[in-house]
Design a protein around this ligand. Structure first.
Ligand SMILES: [Zn+2]
Length: 328
C-alpha cells in the first residue's frame, strides 16, 4: 500500500475547492469547480462526487491510498450525521440535505463533515499560525463572519456543533438584523459586504474620499480591496470604516478572552487582507473592553495558510475522524 493522502473538499457558494493533502498538510493536487448553487443539492453533490472520482484516479496512478474524504459546509450542519440544516448563502438553503450519505454512496469513501470555518481553524492549528499553541480562537471575516475554537490542542465542537460561531456574538443590543434571526450580531457589521456598503454610503454622502477616484465614480466597482487601497493611501473615510469594523471585532474578541482565555487569536478570511490597519483597529477594540487579561499577553496574528486552508482543514478533519475510528 502506498502513502496515505486525504481528500479535502470545501463547498462554497461560488466555487467548490478540492485538494489531495498529505498527512503533514502539504497539498499535492488541487482544483476548483463552479458550484452552480442555484441547482438542486443532488446535482451539486453529484458534481462533487465526479471530481472526487477524478482525483481518486490521479491518486491511484501515483500509487497513493485515500482512506477518507472531508467536506466543509458553509452553514449549519449536524456534523456527526453529516446533514445540512441551513446554508444561508445558497439559493435553496439545503434544508435536511444528507450530504454525507450521498457522497459515501457515490464515492465509496468514508466522509467527514465539518463547518467550513471550523475546518480552517483546524488547519491553522495543525499547520499554520496556531501550530505552537494549545489554545486559540479564529475569526474569519469574509462574506460572513465565521470562527472556531481550539482548547487543549483540539477543535471544540460543542453539543450542537455551534462552539466557535463568533460571528453571532451580539455586539450591538437591538442593532441591525442578522441572517440568523438575532439583532446586532458581529456578522451584521464586520463583513466584506458591510465594509463595501459603508464605503458606498460615504461616496454617496459626498464625503471627501479617494474611494470615489479609485473607482472613477462607478459605485459597482467598490470592493474590500478598494477600501484597503484607500486605507493605504491614508484616506480618512476608509480608515474610519476599518476602525469601526475593527472595534466590533475587538469587542467580540474581548468576550472570547473572558470565556476561554486563549493563547492566540488568529484573524483570517478575505477581509483580513486589509492587513495591519485592520489588525491595529481590532487591538484597539480589544483594549477598550478587556480588563480581566493582562493586555501585554494578548496575541493577535493573521492566518498563515490563506487560500488552501479550507481543503487542508477538511482533509485533516477526515484523517483525524478516520484514525479515531469515527468514520469508515
Ligand atoms: Zn447572527
Amino acid at each position: 500500500m502506498g502513502e496515505r493522502v486525504f481528500l479535502g473538499v470545501d463547498l462554497g457558494g461560488t466555487n467548490t475547492k478540492f485538494a489531495l493533502v498529505r498527512e503533514g498538510g502539504e497539498v499535492l493536487e488541487s482544483n476548483a469547480i463552479p458550484t452552480k448553487a442555484m441547482r438542486k443539492p443532488e446535482e451539486v453533490a453529484h458534481d462533487i462526487a465526479q471530481e472526487v472520482e477524478r482525483l481518486l484516479q490521479i491518486a491511484r496512478e501515483q500509487e497513493r491510498d485515500i482512506p477518507a474524504l472531508g467536506i466543509g459546509i458553509p452553514g449549519r450542519i449536524d456534523w456527526e450525521e453529516g446533514i445540512c440544516y441551513l446554508l444561508p448563502n445558497f439559493p435553496n438553503k439545503w434544508h435536511q440535505v444528507p450530504i454525507r450519505r450521498w457522497l459515501e454512496e457515490e464515492t465509496g469513501l468514508p466522509v467527514g463533515v465539518i463547518n467550513d470555518v471550523r475546518a480552517i481553524t483546524l488547519a491553522e492549528k495543525r499547520f499554520g499560525a496556531g501550530r505552537d499553541v494549545e489554545s486559540m480562537a479564529m475569526v474569519a471575516i469574509g462574506t460572513g463572519v465565521g470562527g472556531g475554537i481550539v482548547l487543549n490542542g483540539e477543535l471544540v465542537i460543542g453539543q450542537h456543533g455551534s462552539a466557535g460561531e463568533l460571528g453571532h456574538i451580539t455586539v450591538e443590543a437591538g442593532g441591525t438584523e442578522c441572517g440568523c434571526g438575532n439583532r446586532g450580531c458581529l456578522e451584521a457589521y464586520a463583513t466584506g459586504p458591510a465594509m463595501v456598503a459603508a464605503a458606498i454610503r460615504a461616496v454617496v454622502q459626498q464625503n471627501d474620499t479617494v474611494i470615489r477616484d479609485i473607482v472613477e465614480g462607478d459605485l459597482n466597482r467598490v470592493t474590500t480591496k478598494v477600501v484597503s487601497q484607500a486605507v493605504e493611501a491614508g484616506d480618512r473615510v476608509a480608515i474610519e470604516i476599518i476602525q469601526r469594523i475593527g472595534e466590533y471585532i475587538g469587542q467580540a474578541v474581548a468576550n472570547v478572552y473572558v470565556t476561554i482565555d486563549p493563547e492566540l487569536i488568529v484573524i483570517g478570511g478575505g477581509v483580513s487582507r486589509a492587513g495591519e490597519p485592520l489588525l491595529e483597529s481590532i487591538r484597539k477594540g480589544i483594549k477598550k473592553r478587556l480588563y480581566m487579561v493582562p493586555w501585554e499577553n494578548v496575541r493577535l496574528v493573521r492566518a498563515e495558510l490563506d487560500m488552501d486552508a479550507g481543503t487542508i482543514g477538511t482533509a485533516t478533519w477526515a484523517k483525524e475522524r478516520f484514525d479515531k475510528g469515527l468514520i469508515g
